[in-house]
Design a protein around this ligand. Structure first.
Ligand SMILES: [Zn+2]
Length: 191
């Protein structure tokens, strides 16, 4: 792929469409406040310095451009002025863009090769280290773990509703059930 012409599949018109005229106009004023721009084929991340420091992530797919930002407006799900500023910063790279994309690909491949070389235990140790030192990442994983547990609980309840006999039979059967199954049924009453 090295040396091939590359262009991101978005334009200033795409940014304006995603943001609306008002945010687009305000975003123009923040282009110079963009820092730590990282670009891959499908994702752009950067920091934008406004009344506070915000993190922006733009996601690019064939159909459309979408963006997320840690500012209040961005957290409400809008493509905010910071997203606009980051998008415009990417476009400003112009002829430099292919070089950025190549560098990002090379880095990605190097990291991927390193991860592939690690054992499961080594991967877990790396991941735990990251979670210890990065509060935001830790919270994301906690949310995922909580979501997993909720799913598991919901599935378990659905299964129990399906296989449970009517209440009278349940009481009669309960004494004879193995401990583990009794625990599950006891949990069912807590909903
Ligand atoms: Zn924002």
């Amino acid at each position: 792929m090295v040396g091939m012409p590359v262009s991101l599949p978005f334009t200033a018109a795409d940014i304006r469409l995603a943001a609306g005229d008002r945010s687009y106009g305000r975003g123009l004023e923040y282009v110079n406040a963009v820092d730590h721009l990282e670009i891959s084929d499908t994702e752009v991340t950067a920091n934008v310095y406004g009344s506070s420091e915000y993190t922006v992530c733009l996601v690019i797919d064939d159909q459309r451009l979408s963006g997320g930002c840690t500012c209040p407006y961005g957290r409400d799900g809008f493509f905010c002025k910071h997203c606009v500023a980051v998008g415009l910063s990417v476009l400003e790279l112009g002829d430099e863009l292919p070089r950025h994309l190549e560098a990002a690909r090379a880095q990605h491949q190097a990291v991927d090769a390193w991860l592939q070389s690690l054992s499961k235990e080594e991967l877990l140790a790396e991941l735990r280290g990251l979670l210890d030192e990065n509060r935001e990442l830790r919270q994301r994983f906690e949310l995922r773990a909580a979501a997993m547990n909720t799913d598991a609980l919901a599935i378990r309840r659905a299964v129990m509703d399906f296989i449970m006999p009517p209440r009278g039979e349940y009481l009669a059967l309960r004494r004879g059930l193995p401990l583990r199954q009794r625990d599950i049924q006891r949990g069912r009453g807590d909903r």
